[in-house]
Structures are given as structure tokens and as C-alpha cells.
Design a protein around this ligand. Structure first.
Ligand SMILES: [Zn+2]
Ligand SMILES: [Zn+2]
Ligand SMILES: [Zn+2]
Length: 295
């Protein structure tokens, strides 16, 4: 896929992937959607990732939200915004920072690509929950990589200023948590508009603030892993709400809902499917790579 042309002189959030952690195709899957994507990679899609690009300054600022197993493609989508490496002309400049929502595979699986065997970044700021940082710092497997990162611990509710009029706030959400490390959504505030990035949440019920927080942003990118119980073959949903439930709860809000983090089983992926039509009829959008939101 060709690098994305970002507009000049503005702050833009850009979708760099919209699949669940395993992407499309999914390892070991022989469903029709995955078979098509194995045969024709252009039919596939990458794990959920958001870029934040500020082209107003002398130097463009570039941030990633989550380091997915597809990070090398996702960084290349931002090649124009990143520009050349200051010392190594044949390479891309490293991003200005990466925010991690949580420690599941689709959200940290790209970190090894930043290490000495691949991009070899230098003192790259990585923002994450303090406990996720501890997991990285205390595991010897990650040590050669971690030495070249600048791990910046965040606590829930903390706001960072990326520019005088660009802020990122960490918002704690309930999500499957093997290490007691927590999961963040991120609220991005730009000069004109705000956006919530919420790729993973278990269900909405244990998070009573959900409606207030979604209503308090212009755009909400939300977990749309599974559409309905049908695609789960009778199994209970695994640590994610159903799209049908999400739309029932939030489609009435003035907020623009954008569905992301879709599982390879999700019929919303299919052009013209009844599920996709039903989603679009509520006014919600379905995220696609290259989709941009001016903030
Ligand atoms: Zn995920
Ligand atoms: Zn599949
Ligand atoms: Zn997760």
C-alpha cells in the first residue's frame, strides 16, 4: 500500500489498521474471508492502529497509538509525514512517540520491530500504564529492545500536552487483564475536535462512565470485534462487546461512532452484507485504512 498523503498545516488522526489483534488473514484460519486474504493480500487488513500527525510546525510530529504486529507497514504508510532519518538518509525518521493501550499481542506485538534487529530506534518515547512498563522492564527477553526506548509511565486520568493545543488523556477501561496491568483508551484533543480511541473493552456494563465519555468527544473509535452471537458458534463473546449492543447503547449520541478492531469472523467486513448495511443505517462508520479525521 502506498504511503498516505496527509494534509498540511493541521492536526490529523489517521487510521492505519482496523482489525482485531490477529489481523486479516488470521493465523491458522481457513474461513472464506481469510482464504481470500491469503490468496490476495490486498484483500487483507492490518491490526487496529491510529496515527496522530501534526503538520503545522517546522517539523511534522507523528505519534502512533499501539505497536501492532503490522507496525512496519503502518510506519511506511506514514513515510511522507515521518520524512528521512536525520543521520541515515535511506531510512525513515522514527516517530515522536508511541502510546500503548495495553499488553495484548495486537497492541505490543510490533515492539520487537523497533529493536536492534530491525528499525533500531534511539530513545523513542513509549507511553503506557506504569504496570505495562514494569512488565517490559523486568523481562530479560525484552531487554535489548527496551534499552533503546524511553518508557514513560502513565496513570489513568493523566493528560499529556503534545503541543499547546493537542492533548492526550489516558482513560482506564475494563478489559481482560492477565497481569493486573490495566487497559487504557486514549482521548485525543486537537485544536478543533476531540477523538476517543477505544479498541478493546470487555463489555460496557462494568464501565458506567462510558456514555458520558463517548458523548464528550466528537469522534469515538470503538471496539467492534464481534457483530453478534451468530459468528461465535454459540460461544460467549471473548472479552469484547457485540457491535449490536454498542449501537443500541450509543448510536443516538451526537458523537460520530467509528467501528474498529474487527475480528476476521465479523460479517461487517463484507461489502454489501446485511450486518454492514445495518451498521451504516445507524449512522455509524466502519473504519478503513487511510481514513482521516481533522482534530
Ligand atoms: Zn486487541
Ligand atoms: Zn478467518
Ligand atoms: Zn486486548
Amino acid at each position: 500500500m502506498e504511503p498516505i498523503q496527509l494534509p498540511g498545516n493541521q492536526v490529523t488522526a489517521v487510521i492505519l489498521g482496523m482489525m482485531q489483534d490477529g489481523g486479516l488473514p488470521h493465523a491458522g484460519c481457513r474461513c472464506q474471508r481469510c482464504a481470500r486474504a491469503f490468496a490476495a493480500p490486498a484483500q487483507g487488513a492490518h491490526a487496529a492502529c491510529l496515527g496522530l500527525v501534526d503538520t503545522r510546525g517546522r517539523e511534522t510530529a507523528v505519534y502512533l497509538f499501539d505497536a501492532t504486529p503490522d507496525i512496519k507497514v503502518q510506519l511506511n504508510l506514514l513515510a511522507g509525514a515521518l520524512g528521512p532519518h536525520p543521520q541515515r538518509g535511506g531510512r525513515l525518521r522514527q516517530p515522536d512517540g508511541i502510546f500503548l493501550t495495553h499488553a495484548h499481542m495486537g497492541h505490543i506485538g510490533g515492539l520487537p520491530q523497533l529493536g536492534p534487529e530491525a528499525m533500531a530506534v534511539s530513545q523513542l518515547p513509549i507511553y503506557m500504564a506504569r504496570e505495562v512498563g514494569q512488565l517490559l522492564l523486568t523481562n530479560r527477553l525484552w531487554q535489548p529492545l527496551v534499552q533503546n526506548l524511553q518508557i514513560v509511565p502513565l496513570v489513568a486520568g493523566q493528560t499529556l500536552d503534545l503541543a499547546a493545543d493537542v492533548q492526550v488523556t489516558a482513560v482506564a477501561v475494563p478489559h481482560r487483564d492477565e497481569w493486573g496491568a490495566g487497559t487504557f483508551a486514549f482521548r485525543l484533543q486537537g485544536p478543533n475536535r476531540s477523538l476517543l480511541y477505544l479498541p478493546d473493552i470487555d463489555t460496557w456494563d462494568p464501565w458506567p462512565e462510558a456514555e458520558t465519555i463517548l458523548a464528550g468527544v466528537d469522534i469515538a473509535l470503538v471496539d467492534a470485534t464481534f457483530y453478534s452471537h451468530d459468528e461465535l458458534g454459540g460461544r460467549a463473546p471473548v472479552a469484547h462487546p457485540l457491535v449490536t449492543d454498542t449501537l443500541t447503547r450509543f448510536a443516538h449520541l451526537p458523537t460520530q461512532l467509528v467501528l474498529t478492531h474487527l475480528n476476521h469472523t465479523n460479517p461487517v467486513l463484507d461489502q454489501g452484507s446485511a450486518a454492514r448495511t445495518a451498521v451504516l443505517q445507524t449512522g455509524a462508520h466502519i473504519a478503513y485504512t487511510g481514513q482521516m479525521f481533522r482534530l
